[in-house]
Every structure is written in structure tokens, then in C-alpha cells.
Ligand binder design. Structure first.
Ligand SMILES: *Cc1c(COP(=O)(O)O)cnc(C)c1O
Length: 228
């Protein structure tokens, strides 16, 4: 093909992301199937998610419960899609989040875990870990993990599989890499095999450090609209 048709933009970008994931996995001696691409669709309409699904993407990450609640009715045909909440969750939205999502990656308190457990719906959960001292970042501190993990393991509807983190943004992946390495060490220490880390610009470093879930928005869908 001498030129790319407009409708093939998402297909092309997905192919590029897929190549990057495969190359990083190969460098790290890891199997491609041990890494899940979470397509981050915040601020994009349901139509974009449907297009991504039709191309073959199956795991979607959303940040805002209310935004996803609005899009969800249009996604009924996405039968085997998995929806992950990757944004902060307030306890008072636990019930609606439990209804809408298959996995909550951002559990960061025992109170939130208990609220989710009380919804009586089997949920995969991960703990969001705060590895920097940036005040604005959500997440549990590493020192809080032993108690929080023990509490979540008593929740009969919650299947705790791993840890998630969002390091301070830096365009240089080598600045972010130590955060990925630290999360991997915490995962090993606590027997949690899944690690949700790495985004559009630093997914290679994350995969090299053991990521099992890369959360990719911009590299697939292009720039998002700024917050209103
Ligand atoms: C928006 C977002 C992403 C995706 O970021 P990109 O740089 O667009 O790939 C990943 N994780 C979280 C928690 C996000 O909020």
C-alpha cells in the first residue's frame, strides 16, 4: 500500500504497539502471552471502543466510573471484552464500579476493599501502590501493603492478583524504570504475580522489568481532549 487509509489508523497504531510489546518481551526473554495490552479508552467515545474490539482488542481500561457508566450501554455487543478500572475509586462508587467492571486495579484501602466485597460480585482486584512522595498520587504506601493484602485476602468475592502503579510522569523511561523494578520486587515479596505498569511512552522498560499489564492510550488512540 502506498498510503494509509484514514480508517486504518487504529489498525496501524495497534500493529506498532504490538511490535513494541513483542520486541520488549523478546529482549526480556518473556512470552508475549504473559503480557496483556490494556487499551486505555478514557475520553474516547464508545464507537472507538467498538472499533478497537472489532480489530481484536479485548481488554479495556477506563479511569472514570461515571464516564464508563455513560458508555457502557453502547458496549453490550462486546461479549468477551474485559473492562478494568484504572482510575481512583471512591468508596461511595464501589457498587456501581463492581457492576460495570471485571477488574479493579486501584484498590488502595481496606475500606474500599470491604465495600467492593459487599457487592457480592466476584471481582479481580489489584492494589495501587504509591511509590513516590508526590502528594497528588493515589495509592497505598509500600509499608501499608502487608495489612492491606491480609485484609483483601479475607474478602471472599475479591481475587487479589497483583499490584499496579503510576509513577510520576517523565518522558525518559530510564527515570521511570526504578519504579517498575520496585513494584516487581514488592510483587515477589508478597506473592502477587500480576504487575500493571507501563504506558504509551515507557511500556518497553515496564515489560523488561516484569509488567504483565501495559496500559496504553495515546499510542493507540492518539491525543486525548484536555480536562474541561
Ligand atoms: C491515561 C492513563 C494511561 C494511558 O496513558 P497513555 O500515556 O495515554 O498511554 C495509563 N494508566 C493510567 C492510570 C492512566 O490514567
Amino acid at each position: 500500500m502506498l498510503f494509509i487509509l484514514e480508517e486504518n489508523v487504529l489498525r496501524e497504531r495497534w500493529a506498532q504497539v504490538e511490535e513494541r510489546i513483542q520486541a520488549a518481551a523478546q529482549r526480556a526473554g518473556r512470552a508475549r502471552e504473559d503480557i496483556t495490552l490494556v487499551a486505555v479508552t478514557k475520553k474516547f467515545p464508545a464507537d472507538v471502543m467498538i472499533e478497537a474490539y472489532e480489530l481484536g482488542m479485548r481488554c479495556f481500561g477506563e479511569n472514570y466510573v461515571q464516564e464508563f457508566e455513560r458508555k457502557h450501554p453502547a458496549l453490550a455487543s462486546l461479549k468477551d471484552a474485559e473492562f478494568h478500572l484504572i482510575g481512583h475509586l471512591q468508596s461511595n462508587k464501589a457498587r456501581i464500579a463492581a457492576d460495570l467492571f471485571h477488574a479493579i486495579q486501584t484498590v488502595d484501602s481496606e475500606k474500599l476493599a470491604r465495600r467492593l466485597d459487599a457487592c457480592e460480585k466476584p471481582l479481580e482486584v489489584m492494589i495501587e501502590v504509591k511509590l513516590s512522595h508526590e502528594d497528588s498520587k493515589e495509592g497505598a504506601a509500600p509499608e501499608e501493603l502487608p495489612a492491606l493484602i491480609a485484609a483483601i485476602r479475607t474478602c471472599k468475592n475479591l481475587n487479589l492478583t497483583g499490584l499496579m502503579t503510576m509513577p510520576p510522569w517523565c518522558e525518559d523511561p530510564e527515570v521511570t524504570r526504578p519504579y517498575f523494578r520496585k513494584l516487581a520486587a514488592l510483587g515477589r515479596e508478597h506473592g502477587l504475580p500480576k504487575l500493571s505498569m507501563g504506558m504509551s511512552h515507557d511500556l518497553e522498560a515496564a515489560i523488561e522489568e516484569g509488567s504483565t499489564h501495559v496500559r496504553v492510550g495515546t499510542a493507540l488512540f492518539g491525543p486525548r481532549k484536555k480536562d474541561a
